[in-house]
Ligand binder design. Structure first.
Ligand code: ADP
Length: 563
């Protein structure tokens, strides 16, 4: 018997080669994964099915046709079986099926295979047709049983995949969608032409399954490798080069004389080398990009996780500090009443201690407020109530408020106002007060001897406030970080033990919310520092316009009443 290569057999052969290639590709790319090794076995079964079909169609006498027919049906029974095992395992890497399940899949398969090879049972004989397709004479009942087996096992496989789909998330889900829908259509075609039609003695299309199944394996391959999106380029390159090699090889076989053989062989060798190099370089490029993809994905995940942790932390901070604030306010209230003598007179020694406790509780309250501010800022809950006021007036007030503290520390505190009445800002009064209070308070805290100068002036369209001191100064290396959360200069705790490193962070966030800027300049350690704040001001022109607007609005509001 000679293998006959008509167009159908050529198509089956191509499909068989493609199947093997797909199986091998998946196996190679995802080595170590049992479910994917099972896919390779499935591809081998599919190829055996294709090869036996080629032999069956080429047979010109009953005996070889009968042998081929038996192999054809045995291989066809292996396909749903491996598909089911694959579907039960996917996307597991290890073989996790229980023995009972494996047995439940393999026993019916063994039984059906025995039935296929048993003489005069399922497949009884073959009718050779010189022109059309050969037909097989089946035992009708066993044929129906066989059809039930194939359809049943396939369906169970699909159900298993749907269950995995429902359980899984993200990428695997997408892969299963490909496997599921991509594979279902060709499977149904195959079932119809190769299984159902022959039951009715119709063999004209019984080779369709072998061809359409290439689409099934192809789509499953794409599904499995889908997450490596660039892989499709490697697959395409490999397939293309493979086809070129086959053509080049066929040219050698079909050469008419020795010169042609030599020429074609040299060309074939060159194509092998070039093709190999091409596949290698595409693979390398794809692998690099895949690695990058993976790293980006991981970074993204880590970033999301960190964001979530940060959110939880802010929430915790907010709840915890709220819980602390109430009782502390109560304690401070009572302490101040005790100091005032509202609960009767107290011994001098006790007064001393209680006053110190009161001062410490004030610091604690301040820290809690800082924490609350931080959590409000991070949760985007900080509210700003904007109105127009003179910034220089506000700062002058703070300077006076802090003067006794500076005097206590024997520091000279001076204030210079160069505003000339044009330092009006549209801002949140409380927040600006908080910012300037903090900065001037810091200047006092971080200065052991010498002076603190506060200077307010205009600079372009901003009010510029400079708070300079002759204090401990800041190391240039540390300047950039000071405005971050919990950051303190290395030597800060030597002079101020109670700091938290939150004040400047809160100040910068608040200034930026006013579309302003805050920064620090220092010539270095021991050389003092200057904190500069710039917040947008409203020009007299703008003020006049706003006032006119307001008056107009007022009039409009009144007019309807007059009517
Ligand atoms: P805290 O004062 O509670 O530590 P801040 O956020 O207000 O927190 O300040 C952060 C750090 O910036 C301080 O710990 C200190 O190291 C430095 N710093 C702030 N103001 C000055 C200043 N006027 N002179 C020198 N260093 C300062």
């Amino acid at each position: 018997m000679i293998l006959e290569f008509d167009i159908i057999n050529i198509l089956i052969a191509l499909s068989t080669v493609a199947n093997l290639l797909y199986g091998f590709l998946v196996y190679k790319r995802t080595q170590g994964s049992t479910s994917n090794s099972l896919f390779f076995l499935l591809a081998i079964a599919v190829s055996a099915w294709g090869i036996s079909m080629i032999v069956f169609r080429s047979a010109d006498s009953v005996l070889p046709a009968l042998v081929a027919a038996r192999w054809l049906y045995a291989a066809a029974a292996a396909i749903p079986t491996f598909f089911l095992l694959f579907a039960l395992l996917y996307p597991q890497k290890k073989y996790t099926l229980r023995h009972r399940t494996t047995a439940l899949v393999l026993i019916p398969y063994t039984f059906i295979t025995l039935l296929v090879f048993l003489p005069n049972a399922f497949i009884q004989s073959v009718v050779i047709n010189a022109t059309g397709e050969h037909s097989i004479i089946f035992d009708q009942n066993l044929h129906v049983l066989y059809a039930f087996f194939v359809a049943g096992v396939f369906s169970t496989g699909y159900i298993a995949l749907i269950r995995t789909y429902l359980k899984q998330k993200g990428l695997v889900r997408m892969q299963i969608v490909y496997i599921l829908f991509g594979a279902m259509v060709p499977t149904l075609v195959g079932l119809f032409t190769n299984l159902i039609l022959p039951i009715y003695g119709y063999f004209q299309w019984n080779w369709m399954g072998q061809i359409s199944i290439a689409a099934t394996t192809g789509l499953i391959t794409y599904g499995i490798l889908r997450h490596r999106i660039f892989n499709i380029r490697v697959i395409a390159t490999e397939l293309l080069i493979f086809v070129v090699w086959v053509i080049a090889f066929l040219r050698i076989v079909l050469s008419k004389d020795t010169a042609a053989v030599v020429f074609n062989t040299v060309a074939f060798g060159a194509l092998i080398l070039v093709g190999y190099w091409l596949i290698k370089s595409v693979t390398r490029e794809v692998e690099t990009r895949e690695k990058l993809e993976k790293i980006t994905h991981k970074l993204q995940e880590t970033n999301d996780r960190l964001k979530e942790l940060d959110r939880q932390k802010s929430e915790f901070l907010s709840i915890a500090t709220h819980q602390l604030r109430g009782p502390l306010a109560g304690i401070r209230g009572h302490l101040s009443l005790i100091i005032d003598g509202s609960y009767g007179s107290i011994p001098e020694r006790a007064r001393d201690v209680i006053t110190r406790v009161f001062t410490s509780s004030g610091l604690l309250a301040q820290t809690i407020n800082d924490f609350l501010d931080v959590s409000r800022i991070e949760q985007g809950r900080m509210k700003y109530e904007m109105r127009d006021f003179d910034c220089d007036g506000l700062i002058a007030g703070i300077v006076e408020e802090l003067r006794p503290v500076a005097e206590d520390r024997k520091l000279e505190l001076s204030f210079e106002n160069a505003c000339e009445g044009v330092c009006t800002v549209h801002a949140d009064y409380g927040k600006l007060r908080h910012i300037f209070f903090n900065l001037i308070d810091n200047a006092i805290k971080y200065t052991e001897k010498g002076w603190i100068k506060v200077h307010v002036t205009t600079s372009g369209s901003s009010v510029r406030t400079e708070i300079s001191d002759s204090g401990i100064g800041i190391d240039p290396e540390e300047v950039d970080d000071l405005f971050q959360k919990f950051v303190r200069a290395r030597d800060a705790s030597g002079i101020n033990v109670n700091g938290t490193g939150l004040g400047l962070f809160v100040a910068r966030q608040m200034v930026e919310a006013h579309k302003g800027k805050v920064w620090v300049e220092s010539e270095g350690k021991g050389k003092g520092s200057t904190f500069i704040v710039e917040v947008p001001r409203i020009t007299p022109e703008e003020q006049r316009r706003a006032a006119a607007e307001a008056r107009k609005q007022e009039k409009e509001d009144e007019e309807p009443k007059a009517l």
